[in-house]
Design a protein around this ligand. Sequence first.
Ligand SMILES: [Zn+2]
Length: 185
Amino acid sequence: MELVGNCLCLDFANTVARRPEGHGDRLTTMDGLLTWAQAAGVLPPDFAGGGGVALGDAIELRESVYRTFSAVAARRHPDPDDVSVIMNTYAEALCSASLHREGDGHVLRWPGERSARAVLWPVAASAGRLLLEGPLNRVGECPSCGWLFLDTTRNGSRRWCSMAMCGNQVKSRRYYAAKTTHRGS
Ligand SMILES: [Zn+2]
């Protein structure tokens, strides 16, 4: 499973590619959602719960996160309805969380939570904090597949979800297109 977003909420948005038609959607079943959550470290590997969350709620949050940060990446204002979905789930997450001291601050934890709804809380908290604290000028969208990422390169030069997946593909397509054009002329 590719986690290239550098940010939990962006990895959640990346559970489908190439919107609007959608490619390789991982959230078509409840099992898919739980598998992603375990791979992303949101749920413990031995999680045996389930229920408590409708798949539709997960998709609604995911698409709101995608549209919001896709707009941010394009330096546009996000749709207030999408931001509301994120902030309402973030509020619900805060009400269910406890604070744990870590380093010089605190982290949110949802101890003993056996409801799969808890999958949505860390995602919403991640999205809410990214909106509140940024760095929004580091949010990018891969021009090839539409995956979102937080650019952590020193000079902010990241363009692709990953060089292996889209960067090289697009470059070799361009290379062959240029070669073909050259031959044809
Ligand atoms: Zn890509």
